[in-house]
Design a protein around this ligand. Structure first.
Ligand code: IMP
Length: 417
């Protein structure tokens, strides 16, 4: 049974949603295993665009189904809204989704806390404001609320009251929506979710199904935003690596492929180190052609050249076994493209940073390569071969447009040249 993980190999926004959507036809289950509504995965059905923040990128008109795994933090209001949007065009689509009762919930308090913390930070992280950090913090400090708590009203009320007292004390009474009101809201959201047909079923009960069918694991954000190994503290609060599949009961040894998705250049939203960042007119042109504005927040993304040391780091950290390159067409027509091939760190040239801290002090070393007119151009093939040789991971697919079918295997592309 085929099992593949698709993860971001840069700072997120690599086009994972589109890639997952392209592969979705070959899998019975699409499983999200980390992150929350900070993600923004864009998919197309025909010409209609949908942005999933929480829902796995299944084909809404196909036979595959989606699972929201326990490593996620779920905002029920957002989840209900996403299912409702899809259900308008695909009646009954809710029954194609199941969510693990062990997921932690993102509460309205967490979104307030996200804003309060950002305002207090000397160096704000530039979070998406979706309450992700505070929800994961409550999980780790054992104050969190799980979806399964919504099926035990007494426990839910006790836990919310306890959390309210702690939060109001820590933040000098700045939270609105007292526990009883919040409990009522959460129960209504739970009921609406069930009404839409979404099942609440855990990975334990799903284990025999997952192990007897094909599963595509859909990562969120990118390795360099991973809580443990990304450019800390300018990271998200969940796992962005293939290892996150453990929250659904799988080991990475059980995966046939860990596909790292990368753009032909690099982008980053929010604050934090970005060694190959470029702020010239060329970068501005790439931003406009690539529509590089955040799918969740609408913020303009920072633009930079392809960063091979960061890519090698991601490949090692997340055990990437293949690469899928997206948005190569955005660079069409440039006379030359720059590639950061190594970092100078403390006067020493290094191919790959040893620690996440190295990203803060790295000076990029560039090579300039000839540009290409279209992705059928031999110079684009050379660019891909250069990346493969430098990162020691093969490129399998190339995506050259936003629509699901605008994707090609590398071997097919070579045949056209
Ligand atoms: P948070 O996940 O909202 O706490 O934000 C932490 C950092 O991760 C910020 O720099 C965000 O811009 C970034 N981030 C979170 N989710 C995504 C994503 O899906 N794509 C790109 N950046 C993200």
């Amino acid at each position: 049974m085929k099992r593949v993980a698709v993860v971001g190999a840069q700072w997120g926004d690599e086009g994972k949603g589109k890639v997952v959507n392209y592969f979705a036809k070959d899998f019975e289950w699409i499983v999200r295993f980390a992150g929350g509504a900070n993600a923004g995965h864009t998919i197309y059905v025909g010409d209609k665009k949908y942005i999933n923040h929480l829902l796995p990128c299944i084909l809404p008109d196909g036979t595959g189904r989606g699972f929201l795994g326990a490593g996620m933090v779920v905002d029920l209001e957002q989840l209900v809204a996403e299912v409702e949007v899809l259900a308008k065009d695909f009646p009954g689509v809710g029954t194609k989704f199941a969510v693990d009762p062990e997921v932690f919930l993102v509460l309205p308090w967490h979104k307030q806390q996200d804003q309060l913390l950002e305002a207090m930070r000397a160096e704000p992280i530039g979070t998406t404001g979706r309450g992700i950090g505070p929800a994961y913090t409550d999980k780790a400090s054992r104050e969190g609320i799980k979806l399964c708590h919504l099926f035990d009203e007494k426990m839910l009320t006790e836990r919310l009251e306890n959390s309210w007292v702690i939060k109001q004390n820590l933040y000098r009474g700045q939270f609105s929506m007292p526990p009883a009101e919040l409990a009522g809201l959460l129960m209504r959201q739970r009921d609406r979710l069930l009404e839409l047909g979404v099942q609440v079923t855990g990975a334990v009960d799903m284990a025999h199904i997952f192990r007897s069918t094909s599963v595509l694991f859909e990562g969120a954000q990118g390795v360099l935003l991973d809580l443990d190994f990304g450019t800390y503290p300018f990271v998200t609060s969940g796992s962005c690596m293939a290892h996150g599949v453990s929250s659904v009961g799988f080991s990475t040894f059980e995966l046939d492929d860990v596909a790292g998705v990368l753009k032909a250049y690099t982008t980053r939203v929010g604050e934090g180190p970005f060694p190959s960042e470029d702020d010239t007119d060329v970068a501005q042109g790439i931003r406009e052609r690539g529509k590089e504005y955040g799918a969740t927040t609408g913020r303009p993304r920072r633009i930079g050249w392809l960063d091979l040391p960061a890519l090698r780091y991601a490949a090692i950290r997340s055990g990437l076994t293949s690469l899928v390159i997206t948005k190569a067409d955005v660079l069409n027509g440039l006379k030359t493209v720059r590639v950061c091939t190594s970092y100078r760190i403390g006067g020493v040239v290094r191919d790959v940073p040893s620690t996440s801290h190295d990203f803060f002090v790295a000076e990029p070393v560039y090579e300039e390569l000839p540009g290409w007119r279209t992705t059928d151009d031999v110079n684009f093939l050379k660019y891909m071969t250069f990346i493969e040789e430098q990162v020691s991971v093969p490129i399998t697919y190339i995506s050259y447009g936003p629509h699901t079918d605008e994707m090609e295997t590398k071997s097919r592309l070579i045949m056209n040249i």
